[in-house]
Design a protein around this ligand. Structure first.
Ligand SMILES: *Cc1c(COP(=O)(O)O)cnc(C)c1O
Length: 456
């Protein structure tokens, strides 16, 4: 089919949808560094992790060798409600940009939660249910993860307790109400319901919270409540595994038409959508079967890859979670309040960190006003209102397509369009009103947080 005209949207048939997740770690020569117990400094055992996480998910987390995991039938059925997601050939964008580049994007925003996070939420809720648990706890920042998890829990009849970063809880009441519609309880964090929340509130009166605080609270509630475990929407190996469905579908759709991307671009918060999108392509690269360029795009105001260090660090502010080796800015780092574009986690997936460290992947940091400029341009040309997070990838895809126009190169560019931006209109408003600013932390600021990294 290589010469057939490529449609605007490539959908797989149900029968062509992936039935297994792919574990990139199995093909890595150097495996991502293990999670460490902060008390002993030793790798976390399955037993220790099982206090916090569901049993099957712990196995997936620690498994660096199994290449493929069967997707359980119940999860496949759920996926069929909103997958396959379209792989779009951005003909309109190519025309508008007058670029010889061929641009594709994989659109993950076609579900009520509005993002790719549902791919892992349903998997994590499924394994919690299978274990016979009553419910799960989690944190949410902007709210996409909490929304996805509450949808998955409603489907499986599981209780869902969400700690929502206080400033988002107040600024994004509509997100909160979506979660409550699906039956989740939503608590602003830091709360007075946990020991760690009380401690953080006492140390920082009036704080509007952070993702790191909310994680500490959710973990505390999970470990202290009978029949509950904690689930996390990004960063962990298991989440990248579930998100590989994005890349596997993309690869299957491209193979059908004989398309090979030269450049694969994704935004990076904790690394789950990017890790999922690149997985099968990176697998080929790791096995020496093909070559691709991969670019992680992050906000200049939270530059974990481009300005962080590769070191063991806490994933949360309360320091109750295991230590992960990753590119990090330090667990106390909170992006400046004017930052509206998401992707505000201080660290990064250990798997992607190792790949970046080995030079198998590149990273770029972009300013938020440039990100919103790209978002608006994209919305006007391709019609979709993109999430600010996704628009980081759009920015770099546009830059690369413009570069192709200048050099005449006919590159094939693929990027991940992770979600829609309907709940981010306050940020869009700031951009339109001209009140959005850029903030780039100074080297001195970053050094302060780096100095507080745990000594391992
Ligand atoms: C959460 C989110 C991201 C960032 O998370 P990753 O784990 O880095 O993928 C990106 N885009 C959208 C729409 C999100 O909701």
């Amino acid at each position: 089919m290589a010469n057939e005209k490529i449609p605007y949207k490539i959908y797989l048939n149900e029968s062509e949808m992936p039935k297994q997740w792919y574990n990139m770690r199995a093909d890595m020569k150097t495996k991502p560094a293990p999670l460490l117990n902060p008390g002993t400094g030793k790798p976390m055992t399955a037993e220790e992790l099982s206090v916090v996480f569901c049993k099957d998910l712990v196995e997936q987390e620690l498994d660096n060798d199994t290449k493929y995991f069967d997707i359980p039938d119940e999860i496949l059925s759920f996926y069929k409600m909103y997958r396959p997601s379209p792989l779009v050939r951005a003909y309109c964008l190519e025309e508008k940009l007058q670029t010889p580049a061929k641009i594709y994007y994989k659109f993950e925003g076609n579900n009520t939660s509005g993002s790719h996070k549902l791919n892992s939420a349903i998997a994590q809720a499924y394994y919690a249910k299978k274990q016979g648990l009553k419910g799960v706890t989690t944190e949410t920042g902007a709210g996409q993860w909490g929304t996805a998890l509450s949808m998955a829990c409603a489907y499986l009849n599981l209780d869902c307790k969400v700690f929502m970063v206080k400033c988002s809880y107040e600024q994004k009441p509509f997100r909160r109400e979506v979660m409550r519609t699906y039956g989740a309880s939503v608590t602003p964090s830091p709360s007075m319901e946990t020991e760690v929340g009380k401690r953080i509130n006492a140390a920082h009166p009036g704080t509007t919270g952070s993702l790191g605080c909310a994680i500490s609270e959710a973990v505390e509630v999970a470990t202290k409540s009978e029949g509950y475990r904690y689930v996390l929407g990004s960063v962990l190996n298991q989440v990248l595994l579930h998100q590989s469905v994005i890349g596997l579908e993309t690869k299957a759709a491209m193979d059908k038409y004989g398309i090979k991307p030269d450049l694969i671009i994704g935004c990076a918060g904790g690394g789950s959508n990017l890790g999922g999108l690149i997985a099968p392509f990176m697998g080929e690269k790791l096995r020496g079967e093909a070559d691709y360029r991969f670019i992680a795009v992050e906000p200049a105001s939270c530059p974990s890859f481009t300005r962080g260090v590769y070191a063991y660090d806490f994933c949360d502010t309360g320091m109750v979670c295991p230590l992960a080796k990753m590119y990090t800015l330090g667990s106390d780092f909170i992006p400046s309040p004017n930052h509206a574009g998401g992707l505000r986690f201080h660290g990064m997936s250990s798997t992607l960190s190792e790949l970046y460290h080995e030079g198998l992947m590149e990273a770029r940091a972009v300013n938020q006003t440039d990100v919103f400029e790209a978002a608006e341009y994209f919305a006007r040309v391709e019609g979709i209102l993109p999430a600010p997070e996704s628009s980081h990838a759009i920015r770099v895809a546009l830059d690369e397509a413009i570069r192709c126009r200048e050099t005449g190169e006919e590159k094939t560019i693929l990027f991940g369009l992770t979600g829609t931006g309907y709940f981010d209109l306050v940020a869009y408003q700031k951009y339109h009103d001209g009140t959005m600013t850029d903030y780039i932390p100074t080297d001195e600021e970053l050094a302060q947080y780096r100095a507080k990294l745990p000594k391992v």
